[in-house]
Design a binder for this molecule. Structure first.
Ligand SMILES: [Ca+2]
Ligand SMILES: [Ca+2]
Ligand SMILES: [Ca+2]
Ligand SMILES: [Ca+2]
Length: 465
């Protein structure tokens, strides 16, 4: 269990300001423990590379455009999936999986809360949102909740600043409670206990380099110096999960600049040499999920360059092979794996930025996938999946770089009411859903790339249909 040793190596990085130190201190243990969950970040990365091969712009140049945010989507469920001990908890999850799960899982009754009366009934066909905004760093990209045991803190990767900032709600407003130095051009990130010491660690992609940066949490609730690990060029998002059947969390990055994805296998000695797999077309986003029925984790990729979703099956020797291609729209930015149709099988949801579409691919009993397409507003960045209406059916939220999010409420298994739009700030990029106020309903967080802030869409009551 001294796994950590192998991991630390970088040089100095003491940068974090933890104002929360106090709280960590006494109860470090407690807090962190649950935290490893694995939230991965999702996002999709921005850069619009897509079509044009990408990278056009520089660093973010592209980005602006798009954010895509994805955040995290989690693989399916990650959470439920469970076997990996928690790690996979997250994917998109961060988004939904988490919180949602808790909610649904429980007696969906759960919607208690003072905030919404209507929701008390358990149903809310047209959820209403109260919009809050708080300042973060420059050019915020990925956003995720720290695990609930952290008290509802939210982490944001600030691309321009080279930081991950930590924010907390005090009951009336959000404030910054810490800043963690990471590598240059942070984009996507994940939170997981990589070295299995009971403390969650932070994994961040360095979008403009071919590296990721890892910050291992130490026993004082600070962090060891940063560790850099090489991956393919242009890593946008990173997913954490079990890939090779041991107990050590593994990583995979979605690489934009020349396409492909990079796999890193965890061990007691740290990570193996990176193994990069080539694809035809720039990859914007990746999720880990088991979709082939053999118990070995697979990868679902958003191929921005080709406008499609790819399923790469995990093999017994820890390799991967392309198994299935699902047509999407131009500039496929982000994917989520989650059971959206309610039949117990994980489905895939993807958005395509230039097509203004969200595609849902229900997994069929024969292992194949169906497809139906929803029209979104302009420039969708990522899909969020979670039950907003209180009926137990997952709903769909699609933030768009045009500044709104389209909300699709499920009306039955696999079909949705006509969407309504909510304001999502300036340049929505990354997003997740998380019940930060613990009132039983999911709230939505969206980074505003163009405004150095995060918009919170707090669920608060219902409108009449
Ligand atoms: Ca750890
Ligand atoms: Ca599999
Ligand atoms: Ca619902
Ligand atoms: Ca809430």
């Amino acid at each position: 269990m001294d796994a950590g040793s192998g991991h630390s190596a970088g040089d100095g990085g003491e940068a974090e300001t933890r104002s929360d130190a106090g709280s960590d201190a006494g109860n470090d243990g407690g807090r962190d423990t649950g935290f490893d969950g694995g939230i991965d970040a999702g996002q999709n990365g921005g850069m619009d590379a897509g079509a044009d091969g990408g990278m056009d712009a520089g660093p973010d140049g592209g980005m602006d455009a798009g954010p895509d945010g994805g955040m995290d989507a989690g693989p399916d469920g990650g959470m439920d999936a469970g076997p990996d001990g928690g790690l996979d908890a997250g994917p998109h999850g961060g988004l939904d999986a988490g919180p949602d799960a808790r909610r649904d899982a429980g007696p969906d009754s759960g919607v208690d809360a003072g905030l919404d009366a209507a929701a008390d009934a358990g149903l809310c066909a047209v959820p209403r949102f109260e919009q809050l905004t708080f300042a973060v760093g420059q050019q915020p990209v990925a956003v995720l909740p720290a695990p609930p045991i952290f008290g509802g803190d939210v982490l944001v990767a600030n691309y321009f600043d080279g930081t991950v900032s930590r924010h907390r709600f005090d009951g009336g407003a959000w404030g910054r409670v810490g800043t963690i130095a990471v590598g240059p051009s942070p984009h996507g990130f994940a939170v997981a206990d990589l070295n299995r010491d009971g403390r969650a660690d932070l994994i961040v992609t360095n979008r403009d380099d071919a590296e990721i940066t890892i910050r291992y949490q130490d026993s004082d609730a600070g962090f060891d110096p940063p560790v850099s690990v090489g991956v393919g060029p242009g890593p946008l998002w990173v997913a954490v999960g079990p890939l090779n059947g041991d107990l050590w969390p593994d990583l995979v990055t979605a690489n934009l600049d020349v396409g492909g994805f990079t796999v890193l296998f965890g061990s007691a000695q740290g990570f193996s040499a990176a193994r990069t797999f080539a694809t035809s077309g720039a990859i914007h986003h990746v999720e880990i999920a088991e979709l082939t029925g053999d118990g070995i984790s697979d990868l679902v990729l958003a191929n921005n360059g080709q406008g499609r979703v790819e399923l790469w099956a995990g093999l017994a020797d820890a390799g991967f092979e392309e198994r299935l291609v699902l047509d999407a729209g131009l500039m496929t930015r982000s994917v989520v794996v989650r059971d959206v149709t309610g039949d117990g099988r994980a489905d895939i949801v993807a958005v395509s930025r230039a097509a203004n579409t969200a595609d849902i691919y229900p997994r069929l009993s024969d292992g194949g996938f169906g497809r139906f397409t929803l029209a979104t507003g302009s420039a969708p960045m990522l899909p969020l999946v979670g039950d907003l209406s209180g009926d137990g059916r997952p709903d769909l939220v699609v933030p768009q770089s045009s500044g709104v999010a389209s909300v699709f409420i499920a009306t039955s298994q696999g079909s949705f009411a006509a969407p309504f739009a909510v304001d999502a700030g300036q340049g929505p990029y990354g997003a997740f859903m998380f019940d930060f106020d613990f009132d039983g309903d999911l709230d939505i967080f969206v980074t505003e790339f163009d405004a150095a802030s995060v918009t919170v869409l707090r669920r608060n009551g219902c409108d009449q249909p």
